[in-house]
Design a protein around this ligand. Structure first.
Ligand code: GFB
Length: 389
């Protein structure tokens, strides 16, 4: 049987990666009783992928992630392969997950799900033949035979009995899968981390990032003690990884300048914080991952003229090939290998870098750091999200 899913269109790349972990674990638990394959929704049309000179739609997962690594957790296939294997652009059952209209009754949270009237604009339209049409990531022939809305308030495991016993559909599409939540931290953390470790970036993107580290930052895995092993075999202790002789920052700008004013410093303020850390750790190079326009990067560089300040800038050909998502991954991978890392508060882009560094085995004080807004001498530092095996 096949489980396909999709996420609220407004969500960014790195929250979507977290939703993948929930659905992947659901499929893992389904496979304890019945063979299920997770069908990967093509990437595309994300709000933040703003390069206008390239196509950012219908991108297969293999562009960004190593499918062989994902498959060491669960069976996965690309949506295009699903179309080929099943021979028709059909999904038997589409289920649109939604909240409960009445909210939490009496302030009491319990796991539940019920078929209910649809509350939101879902985009499904029934055609003259009774088939449900939806945009299906641009695969225009695709349709669902059945469509329903389901109010849900539950951890992802709650769907297991439903999918095993309450539907006979061979293929189920879960829309708005972000409604499914993880279990409690203490109980579910190793399960979460196991799935997270399987989410290895594609070899090609890692190679590009590694070449940049070597050429610009004098960083290589053997010297830095960051050699990657096959994920099921890899187990590091905090402090094992040394990292390259550079500091890396993730400086989130654009929409964060208005939505998280207190969390994002001015460029001069960022430069001041970077300088302090470069001095503290006796480093003279900083790698900058940022969504800032070029002028802002140049301004930051000018504030730090006594240091080497670099970022990965793709050629047009590279951008065509890697896409905005691939360039973001190259940034994350270079940040993951720095001796010291400082990110942006509340950004999921930063959180994914923290996790990568936990996997590589960095000392947590070299990872869980963030910029403070201007005029805030000591802001709350990120929670240490410790790896569990
Ligand atoms: O990944 P993401 O959800 O993280 O969205 P946040 C940020 C997107 O902006 C990334 C680009 O997926 C990239 O496309 N981006 C941000 C970057 N920083 C960098 C960078 O350093 N390098 C490159 N190459 N690209 C969420 C938003 O952003 O924050 C939500 O997606 C919402 O819509 C939430 O606004 C509060 O968690 O930073």
């Amino acid at each position: 049987r096949y489980l396909i899913y999709d996420v609220n269109p407004g969500e960014g790349f790195n929250l979507r990666r977290d939703v993948y972990l929930r659905v992947a674990n659901l499929v893992k638990f389904l496979n304890e009783e019945q063979p299920w394959v997770l069908v990967l929704p093509p990437w595309g049309h994300l709000y933040h992928w703003q390069s206008r000179t390239i196509s950012n739609s219908q991108i297969p997962w293999a562009k960004f992630f190593d499918l062989a690594s994902l498959r060491k957790l669960i069976p996965v296939m690309e949506f295009t392969d699903y179309l080929k294997v099943t021979g028709k652009p059909e999904v038997e059952s589409a289920i649109y997950l939604q909240r409960y209209k009445e909210g939490w009754s009496g302030g009491h949270w319990e796991e539940k799900m019920h078929e209910r009237e649809c509350l939101d604009k879902h985009g499904f339209v029934q055609d003259d033949d009774g088939l449900w049409r939806w945009w299906f990531w641009g695969y225009k022939d695709a349709y669902a035979i059945d469509f329903k809305c389901m109010s849900v308030q539950a951890q992802y495991t709650f769907l297991k009995p439903y999918l095993l016993h309450n539907t006979t559909a061979r293929s189920v599409l879960l829309l708005r899968a972000e409604h499914l939540i993880h279990g409690s931290y203490s109980e579910w953390s190793p399960v979460w981390w196991t799935a997270r470790r399987s989410m290895v970036f594609s070899q090609k993107l890692r190679d590009v990032a590694d070449q940049f580290r070597e050429a610009e930052l004098n960083s290589d895995d053997v010297k830095d003690n960051t050699v990657l092993e096959d994920w099921p075999e890899m187990k590091r202790i905090h402090g094992d990884a040394i990292g390259g002789p550079y500091m890396a920052v993730h400086l989130r700008r654009k929409d964060f300048l208005s939505s998280h004013t207190k969390d994002v410093p001015s460029l001069a303020g960022a430069a001041k914080q970077i300088r302090e850390k470069l001095k503290e750790f006796d480093l003279n190079a900083v790698y900058v991952a940022t969504d800032a326009p070029k002028e802002e990067f140049l301004e930051l560089q000018s504030h730090l003229s006594e240091f080497k300040v670099v970022k990965f800038e793709p050629t047009q050909e590279q951008l065509d090939d890697y896409k905005d998502g691939g360039v973001a991954i190259i940034d994350q991978w270079i940040c993951a290998h720095a001796r010291f890392f400082m990110g942006t508060g509340v950004s999921t882009f930063t959180f994914r870098i923290h996790e990568e560094r936990e996997i590589l085995g960095f000392d947590q004080k070299m990872t869980f750091n963030r910029f403070c807004g201007d005029n805030i001498a000591e802001c709350e530092q990120p929670t240490k999200w410790s790896i569990k095996y």
